[in-house]
Write a protein that binds this ligand. Structure first.
Ligand SMILES: Nc1ncnc2c1ncn2[C@@H]1O[C@H](COP(=O)(O)OP(=O)(O)OP(=O)(O)O)[C@@H](O)[C@H]1O
Ligand SMILES: [Mg+2]
Length: 329
């Protein structure tokens, strides 16, 4: 895999093409629309809100932006019931207690008044920074990338709180004071849209709906992530995956599953997609029995054969590298 030559100043990136190239250098192939939204969010310093079906590459965007910019990736995984103590900060009660005991044992507690004692116990030394505070209080010259992953799993109160943090990039810890971001993080928020994110949060962000990649781009992604897979097999797998997604599945496969499928087929020795190989490895692509049955009902043989035809046509026109987000394969 290609590695970045050096970190770049994300806030000064000069064009959409630079964004595409930067992400590509870090093994991510964005389409033009996604690269444009990322460019704008970096330049306008606005959070990026990515929605889309599972497995279309939302979370990965934050990871590759961090790799590209050379900043730290700080991840906040949202879930039902997440609250400030898991997202912002909490006090390390066990260490505070031990410190207090040690003070008592050495007699230091006696000579310390109450205000001094609480000042000592509620100091940064005993503050456990959780991702939001970590991102705001980061003093590094390179902006960190704050990934707020799957925000739709959290509840309304948490979203309102997040909105507050993102509006002034400041967090107040009553016992210590206010932390303000000197170098605000690049913020990427993802959602699978199990519920709608509120308008107020959306208004703060630049929004992009991430689509499944086209077959051409998915073939490029397979080659990039699994270079051992032949170009022909990558094309065929990508076309077959595109057809399979269109048959109305409970869980259409994501890009990660397509890559796994291509790897599985390659391991079984197939330089090309055939029916026997496809049915033997379908478990790499589909994780529900009903979906498997549905694909078999839709005639896997036909899907495989159509994918072969489409791949030949594509290879004759040399179109694997013709998309704007080409990996130059
Ligand atoms: N455009 C892309 N270029 C390169 N790799 C990609 C691309 N899109 C997806 N991938 C691959 O697919 C994998 C899954 O992507 P990711 O985890 O970001 O999906 P997601 O949209 O966050 O899914 P979920 O909603 O299930 O969390 C990535 O690890 C990466 O290998
Ligand atoms: Mg994700």
């Amino acid at each position: 895999m290609l590695k970045p030559m050096s970190a770049v100043d994300l806030r000064a990136v000069s064009s959409v093409e630079d964004v595409s190239q930067g992400l590509r250098d870090n093994s991510y192939l964005p389409d033009e629309a996604l690269a444009t939204t990322i460019y704008l969010s970096l330049r306008l310093k606005r959070p990026l809100l990515l929605e889309g079906e599972p497995g279309v590459g939302k979370t990965e965007v934050a990871k590759v932006i961090a790799d590209w910019g050379g900043g730290r990736l700080i991840r906040l995984q949202c879930y039902e019931g997440i609250d400030a103590s898991q997202a912002v900060y909490e006090w390390d009660y066990a260490r505070q207690l031990m410190h207090l005991r040690a003070m008592e044992a050495t007699g230091k507690a006696r000579s310390t008044n109450e205000a001094e004692l609480s000042g000592e116990l509620y100091s940064e030394r005993f503050l456990v920074r959780r991702p939001l505070l970590e991102a705001i209080a980061s003093t590094s010259g390179t902006p960190a990338v704050l990934l707020v992953d799957e925000v739709d799993r959290s509840d309304d109160e948490f979203e309102a709180f997040l909105l507050e943090v993102l509006s002034d990039y400041a967090i107040t810890v009553p016992e210590i004071g206010t932390f303000t971001a000197g170098n605000p993080p690049v913020v990427v928020i993802t959602s699978n849209r199990t519920r709608d994110v509120h308008d107020a949060l959306k208004r703060r962000c630049l929004y992009h709906w991430v689509e499944h990649p086209s077959a051409q781009r998915e073939a490029q992604i397979i080659r990039l992530r699994a270079p051992e897979v032949t170009e022909t097999l990558a094309r065929e797998v990508a076309h077959a995956a595109e057809a399979i997604r269109s048959v109305g599945l409970y869980k259409p496969p994501g890009v990660a599953e397509t890559i796994d499928w291509a790897r599985a087929l390659n391991l079984l020795g197939g330089a090309q997609l055939d029916l026997a190989g496809a049915s033997a490895t379908l478990g790499a692509l589909l994780k529900y029995r009903e979906d498997r049955d549905r694909v078999l009902e839709h005639d896997l043989a036909e899907i495989v054969s159509d994918a072969g035809t489409a791949a030949v046509r594509e290879s004759e026109s040399g179109s694997i590298g013709s998309e704007p987000a080409s990996a130059g394969l």
